[in-house]
Every structure is written in structure tokens, then in C-alpha cells.
Design a binder for this molecule. Structure first.
Ligand code: PGA
Length: 249
């Protein structure tokens, strides 16, 4: 399976900075990701169009939004629709990122609504799941992942499979510099693989990415693990140089 090398820029970068970063990334990578890999950048809304335009010069890259609202249009102050995202040239959207779950109060039902609406509107969706430190210490990893996957994917059929990716991001490893141990990553990814199989009733090719303090130093070991089909990178994706090292790791 192809490996997705995804950058989550969070609330960083103006459109000018986004263009400069992608142009630099493209120069450093010689205009394309290594064979079998794809670059994906989740840019802030205000930089989406600039990022998508800059990405056109790159051979195998695409751009996504970090959030959206599950409605066509309407009185939803501050929100963004799938059509608005697509009109910027973006083709992906994140759903269920832990910062939106824990800082912005999104629950599993709302995340599921967003995921289904995004798929219906022909966006590709990367669903993020992961446990908090307290949940992990209580031994609840399997329950938490099952709840997050089941509620987010409720009603989603196999037809959506080519447009779906998952990211396992343990909350305690995001932005903390603390990467999960290789065994922890392996365990969570095989749990996710079996949950996806249970949901769709067959083995399916949904890429499962790992995210949480991925950097140039640990990327190749993580990418070599079974059932790890890419990485979702926050802090280390902001500089073209460090993200290039990860993309080529
Ligand atoms: P990090 O963020 O790489 O800075 O830990 C990952 C993410 O939040 O997607």
C-alpha cells in the first residue's frame, strides 16, 4: 500500500508562508515524493487556496482542510462547508483530531456526522482516533478505539473505502515530544485493522497512519512497522527541511 506522508500545520502559516514552505519542499524533494509515497498537507483555511496552488507543481501531493461543518451552507458563523474547501483546490479533510475533541469539545457523534457528510460531498477523510493518558493507564485502549471507530463509521459503507484513511494519535504523544513505543504503535494499529475489518466485513485497504511527535529521527522506524501506512506530523512538518527528512525516511 502507498504510504501517506501527512502534515498537519494546525494554526500555523499565513498563505504566503504556506506557499514558500511548499515551494521549498518541492525543491528539496525534486518535485515529487519518493516512489510509493504521497505528500498531504492539512493547511489552515486561510492558506488552503495558496497551498493547493503551490502543490500543483508537485507530482504526488495534495492538500486538505483541518475541519469542516456538516452542512451544505447556512447560518453557521465561523464554519466552512465541503464545497468551500473543494473550491480552494483541496481534496481532503481531517475529522476527530484530538485537539478538536479535547479543546473544542467535539464528540464522537458530531465527528461521525462530519465524516459522513464529507464523504457524501466527495472529500477524502482522515479520521483521527486515540486515547488519553488516563484511558491508557486504565487499560481502556481497545474500548476507546472501538467507540471512536464505531461511532464515526456508523452507516459508512465499503463504497467509501477509497476515500478514507485513519490516523492513530495517542493524545499523550501529540506535541509532547513523547513518541509511543514501537510495541504500543503496533498494538493500536492491529486493533484498528481488526476494527475496520469488523465494520466493513472484510480485509480492506484503509491506510492507518501514526501521529504524535513524529520527527526525522524516529520516522523510518515507525514507517517500517507492520500496518503503519504513513505518518501524520505536526510540529516537525512546519519546516520544509525537517518534513523532507520525514518524507524520505
Ligand atoms: P505533533 O502533532 O507531531 O506535533 O505531535 C501531531 C498531530 O497533532 O497531528
Amino acid at each position: 500500500m502507498r504510504k501517506l506522508m501527512a502534515a498537519n500545520w494546525k494554526m500555523y502559516k499565513t498563505s504566503t508562508e504556506a506557499t514558500a514552505t511548499i515551494e521549498k519542499l518541492s525543491t528539496l524533494l525534486g518535485g515529487s515524493a519518493p516512489a510509493g509515497r504521497e505528500v498531504l498537507i492539512f493547511a489552515p483555511f486561510t492558506a488552503l487556496e495558496a497551498a493547493a496552488t503551490a502543490m500543483r507543481t508537485f507530482h504526488n501531493g495534495s492538500v486538505g482542510a483541518q475541519n469542516m461543518y456538516p452542512a451544505e451552507e447556512g447560518a453557521f458563523t465561523g464554519e466552512i462547508s465541503p464545497a468551500m474547501i473543494k473550491s480552494c483546490g483541496a481534496s481532503w479533510v481531517l475529522a476527530g483530531h484530538s485537539e478538536r475533541r479535547h479543546l473544542l469539545g467535539e464528540n464522537d457523534d458530531f465527528i461521525g456526522r462530519k465524516l459522513r457528510f464529507a464523504l457524501e460531498k466527495n472529500l477524502n477523510v482522515m479520521l483521527c482516533v486515540g486515547e488519553t493518558l488516563e484511558e491508557r493507564e486504565r487499560g481502556e485502549l481497545p474500548i476507546v478505539l472501538e467507540r471512536q471507530i464505531t461511532l464515526a463509521l456508523a452507516g459508512v459503507t465499503a463504497e467509501a473505502l477509497p476515500h478514507l484513511a485513519l490516523a492513530y494519535e495517542p493524545v499523550w504523544a501529540i506535541g509532547t515530544g513523547r513518541t509511543a513505543e514501537m510495541d504500543d504503535i503496533q498494538e493500536a494499529h492491529s486493533l484498528l485493522k481488526s476494527l475496520v475489518k469488523k465494520h466493513f466485513g472484510k480485509d480492506c485497504k484503509v491506510p492507518i497512519l501514526y501521529g504524535g511527535s513524529v520527527k526525522a529521527e524516529n520516522a523510518s522506524a515507525i514507517l517500517a512497522l507492520d500496518n503503519v501506512d504513513g505518518v501524520l506530523v505536526g510540529g516537525a512538518s512546519l519546516q520544509a527541511e525537517s518534513f523532507t527528512k520525514i518524507v524520505t525516511a
